[in-house]
Ligand binder design. Structure first.
Ligand code: NI
Length: 189
């Protein structure tokens, strides 16, 4: 298990277009496991490789309800792990989006503690390669569809704040630019 540092805005690497994965091998699977550990540790429901500095078209997602949010685990022993349902999307491609839209309050591990309503297609279909190298297709709706669209955006250097008003976006970018300067944070991009 290896938890990687998550890159924050305004690091320019978050604007990079990630490259397709050419081979699904043990090295990639190890990297996917590290991404998943990093995502759970944050904690978050989605992570794109570029957020840990790898410009590869891979995403991890898990929108399953966690123990702390659920009622069903209230009486369970403390050492029982919450149900996990990770999805690994390699070279994901959104091939269909519904006309119907929905609004969710989104956040992003690269923009900590900032949340804003974003309107996106309510459902989508995504083609991807799984961690065994097999081509798959998944139809998603609700929070899963939102999460997948948010993560696939990252692969093209798009952040959820690009979907909100310019005024709000400029404010949040300015805030993070200021705190990066204060921290003396080094950008890797
Ligand atoms: Ni994000």
């Amino acid at each position: 298990m290896s938890i990687k540092p998550i890159i924050l805005i305004p690091d320019p690497i978050l604007r990079v277009h990630s490259k397709p994965v050419e081979q699904v091998d043990d090295q990639l699977r190890g990297f996917l496991d590290d991404m998943l550990d990093t995502m759970y540790d944050a904690p978050g429901i989605g992570l794109a490789a570029i957020q840990v500095g790898e410009p590869l078209r891979v995403v991890t997602v898990d929108v399953s309800p966690k123990a702390e949010n659920g009622q069903e685990n209230d009486d369970a022993a403390e050492d029982i792990e919450p149900a996990k349902n990770p999805i690994f999307l390699i070279n994901p491609e959104i091939v269909w989006q519904s006309d119907e839209t929905s609004v969710y309050e989104e956040g992003c591990l690269s923009i900590p503690e900032y949340y804003a309503d974003v309107e996106r297609p309510e459902s989508c279909r995504v083609k991807f390669v799984d961690r065994e190298g097999k081509q798959q297709e998944l139809e998603a709706s609700g929070i899963l569809a939102t999460c997948i669209q948010h993560e696939v955006d990252h692969l093209d250097g798009v952040l959820f704040v690009d979907h909100i008003s310019k005024l709000k976006r400029d404010m949040v970018i300015k805030k993070f630019t200021k705190s990066a300067k204060q921290d003396g944070r080094k950008f890797i991009g």
